[in-house]
Design a binder for this molecule. Structure first.
Ligand code: GTP
Ligand code: MG
Length: 201
């Protein structure tokens, strides 16, 4: 897919203040600093679209970007950073929970995982909660430029084994780096195919 335009629409503090849900929507979530905003900038070819920082906790609101006037990308605040983030019964923080559980046009939650780390408890818990709430998701393993390919594969295999303990079928997953642009084309192809399927149903 070629990105012709990527437009910032709105930052919302709550799901019911988000823009009208009139386009297919893909939301990016993961631990603070994992690279959500950077990944969005990579796939839209715009290093200034989503705000990034070397310090965790940069993204604080629900940010909507309209892509090619036909689908939304959503940059969400990370988890695992704000010490006071309240969790509600669904297991998500209140802002994330409201958004994920009430957004009818949300097609996939894209969960970013740091490819350098062994499986983290809060990532596995987050995925478990998505499963419990019947939310479809894909995985994006980030920062693969920071280590060798063998180590990346080893870590991803270990993570997927953990995922397989709770799911019969593995979710789609992407191996990415904002430095080498790995995963960019694969991810955009996936969105294109998914959007096409949606418009046929
Ligand atoms: P919050 O908004 O705080 O939740 O963080 P985030 O997940 O949006 O992370 P962000 O995109 O702001 O990136 C955090 C840091 O990681 C920045 O310094 C990025 O430059 C760096 N980073 C992100 N992706 C990559 C990558 O693929 N490779 C390398 N080397 N650095 C990356
Ligand atoms: Mg961010």
């Amino acid at each position: 897919m070629i990105i012709h335009n990527a437009l910032f629409i709105k930052s919302s503090p709550k799901w019911d203040l988000c823009p009208q849900g009139n386009f297919p929507e893909y939301a990016f979530i993961g631990r603070s600093n994992v690279g959500k905003s950077s990944f969005i900038n990579m796939i839209t070819n715009n290093s200034k679209l989503a705000k990034t920082s070397s310090k965790p906790g940069k993204t604080q609101l629900i940010n909507h970007f309209l892509i090619n006037t036909s689908w939304y990308l959503v940059d969400l605040p990370g988890y695992g950073y704000a010490k006071t983030a309240k969790t509600v019964r669904s297991g998500f923080s209140e802002m994330i929970s409201g958004y994920i559980l009430n957004r009818p046009n949300l097609v996939y939650v894209c969960v970013l995982i740091d490819s350098r780390l062994e499986p983290q408890k809060n990532d596995l818990e987050f995925l478990y909660n998505l499963g419990e709430n019947g939310i479809p998701f894909v995985l994006i393993f980030t920062k693969t430029d920071k280590q060798g390919a063998v180590k990346t594969k080893e870590n991803i295999d270990i993570f997927l084994q953990k995922v397989a303990e709770n799911w019969e079928e593995l979710p789609p997953y992407f191996v990415s780096s904002t430095i080498t642009k790995a995963g960019k084309e694969e991810f955009l192809d996936f969105i294109e195919t998914t959007n096409r399927q949606l418009s046929c149903t």
